[in-house]
Structures are given as C-alpha cells and as structure tokens.
Ligand binder design. Sequence first.
Ligand SMILES: [Fe+2]
Ligand SMILES: [Fe+2]
Length: 474
Amino acid sequence: MINYTEKIPNNVDLGRDRVLQRALEHWQPAYMGWWYDMGPNESHNYEVYLRTAISVEPDGWAQFDYVKMPEYRWGIFLQPRDEKREVNFGIHKGQPVWQEVPGEYRSTLRRVIVTQGDTEPASVEQQRMLGASCPSMYDLRNIFQVNVEEGRHLWAMVYLLHRYFGRDGREEAESLLARRSGDADNPRILGAFNEPTPDWLAFYMFTFFTDRDGKFQLCALAESGFDPLARTCRFMLTEEAHHMFVGETGVSRIIQRTCEVMKENKVQDPSDVRALGVIDLPTIQRYLNFHYSVTLDLYGSDVSSNAANYYTSGLKGRFRETKLEDDHVLRDTEYPVSEVVGGKIVTKNAPALTALNERLRDDYIDEIADGVGRWQRVIANAGVPFWLTLPHKGFHRAIGNFAGHFISPDGEVLGEEAWKNHKFEWLPNPKDHAYVQSLMSGRVVEPGKFANWIAPPARGINNQPLNFEYVRFN
Ligand SMILES: [Fe+2]
Ligand SMILES: [Fe+2]
C-alpha cells in the first residue's frame, strides 16, 4: 500500500533512506514552483474531481475526490518487486535483474530516463493555456487529470535519478524543471514536445498520437533488466491509458458532432460545414496528418546502433518482449526497413537488432490504425461519404530514412516544389488554425453543457452523470 502520511507519498519505504528523502524533499519545492509557473493557467484555486493513486493493485488502485491541484499528492509508486524476475533479452538474458545500476550502463540508462522524464513536464507546458477554451466541465476535468498525472510521471523519473544516479542524477532532476517546451534557448529534448498545442483538437490529437508514443516507450522500458525502471514504468502505464482514452474519445466526439450537423443540414462542402460552427472533416484529416508524422519521428532513426546497444545490454526491450516467440537475442534475424533510393521508396532487410526503433514504430502504427478505424466507423455510421486515412510512414518526416525527402500522404516521392504546392492541403494551414481558434474563443463550463463543435461523451467520469460539477471554480 501507499504511505500517505509522509510528505512525499510512496510505496518504496522512502522513510528508511534519510539522505534520499531529504534530497527529494529539497526538489519538491522546486517542482511546486514549476507547477505554479507552468502548470494549468489560473487553475490553482479550482477544486477538481480527480483520481489519486492509492495502491498499485490492478483493481481499485485509485480514489476520486475534489482536490486543489497544487495539493495533489504527487508520489512515488512502483509495481511490487518480483523476486524471481530475470533479464529477458540481450546478452544478460537469464541473469537476475539488476536492483542497482550496472556501472558500464550508467550513462546510457541516465540518458534514457532523462529523455523519458523530459516529455512529462513538456506536455503540461504545451497544454497550460487550454483551460480558457474548454468545451465542457467534463473535458476541463480530464485535461487537469492528464496534467497532474504527467506531473507524477516526472516524479517517477526523478525518483530514479535521485535514488540511483547520485549527484549527476540530482543535477539532471533540476534541469528537468529548467527546460521549457518551445523555448529557443533551453527547449525540451524531443521535437514533438516543443510543438505548440494551440487548441482542443490539437490536444485530443496529441493525447491520442503522442501519449501513445509514451505508452510504447514505457512498454519497452517496462521490459528493462534494470528492475526499478521496469517497475516504475509498469505503474505509469496504468495511468497512461486514461490519457489515450481522452484523446481517442475527444476526436471521436468531434467527428460525431460534425457528421450529425452535416446530415441534419444536408451539407458536404467544408465551407458550408464551417458556417454551421463545427470542424470540417478535411481539417480533422490535416490535424491527424500533422500529429501522426511528428510523433513517428519520436521513435528515432530507422537503423540505429544505439537501439541495438540498448537491447543487447538488456536496458530497453521490444513491445511485449516476453510474449514474443524467438531467441530474444536477435543475432541472425532481419527486419524490413524502407528508404528512398533514386526517387523511389524501397524496402530492404536490415539486421533486426539495428532496426528496433523501426519495429517499435511499426507496432505503434498497428495500434494507431485500429483507433483511426474506430473514428472511421463513426463517419460510416452517420452515412457520410468521407474516408480518414493514415498518411504514408514517410510523409512529413524529419528524422530517419525519410528525412529530407518530400513524400506525399499516398507515398509518392515528390520534388520540393511539388510538395510545397500541396503542403497546406495535407497539413493544417493558417486558415484552419484561425477557424478552429475562432470556435474556441471562450470556455463552456456550465455543468452538463457542451460546446457546439463536440458531442457529449457516452458517460461521465467514475459513473458520475454528465452534468456533475467536475470542477468547482471558487
Ligand atoms: Fe506520462
Ligand atoms: Fe500521458
């Protein structure tokens, strides 16, 4: 169980390690300073109907109640230790997992943890202004839930840095509070986490696409031979599921509302659809193209010796590593990787070990395709003749084999001119942004009310009705 009597709630027996406890209690006010500055704007007095983790058991791990966000009990929760757990892949396969950091992997592991940790506060920063334009109290509560949990994920990574990496770990923990999303001088580490999230369509797309990248990275780290990292990531995954739910249902509700209005008024043309105050489907497709492509970049280079090293040394596994049936060493296996050769996309086999980024990206794409299929069903059920598609993997990429090439959503290799001529048919253009912004000029917060451009959800949070007072503004 989680000890909530301590200043920092935890299930890692923090009270027994005074030095560590003091170091984290020293970091805590700095974290609060960051939250007051960079957490959801003007939200500090709101009482929000939030879930808080109270145990790490799969059934009944959370409790719901009104909480002022600065009083949220951010804590350190690890899945319980399995004494018999072994390293499941790489050259250490079959050895007991490590409870301390192996010296030779110290800097690599620190880098992996810092990179993951950096994404957590980044997304809070990206989303901090959205409360002012929320489509309902239900949605406002959901974004706040996502934000406090990303804050907790930062705590999860900072615990590992403080506990296992001594002085440089503490310095990294401070830097995690110093970088800022989109800052010219001190940006967040990864590209997608420096992009603005200017409106609620972007927010739902982000939580569907980019939080799901988080899920896949956490799944790969949950296989780690460094046991505290694996146990930390397992519990983070429990919380992550809600973030992706918010994204998938958010986009789905926007699509549903648009289709309802299109049918009621018998209109198809995007400008007629816009005149009725809902978001036209081609704009939704362009947002999808943007968020999908910038998120694909997060998986890194298609062929990567770093990825091979992480795997071989047992630090980062594959998605569902232990469910896969092979040797878990990958010495003589291959994996298909695409590249552009002479103006054509060709697929060749590469050593599976170096293609692990690409493989994780492909696993991710499979899951994304299912979700987009569910959105498509909403359109089909409404009888609207429009097809959402996932663009080609090479479309609008800045990292990996497709970087520097100009590939259409259909997978055609184009010249720069041709691509630029179509750019704003494929990616959100300034008019799209201006239109979406115009719909979201104020917030809708009367209990049970929803903005015109989004359908209500199927049900409320924790079995509460839709007109429940999810946020008290005081
Ligand atoms: Fe997270
Ligand atoms: Fe998340």
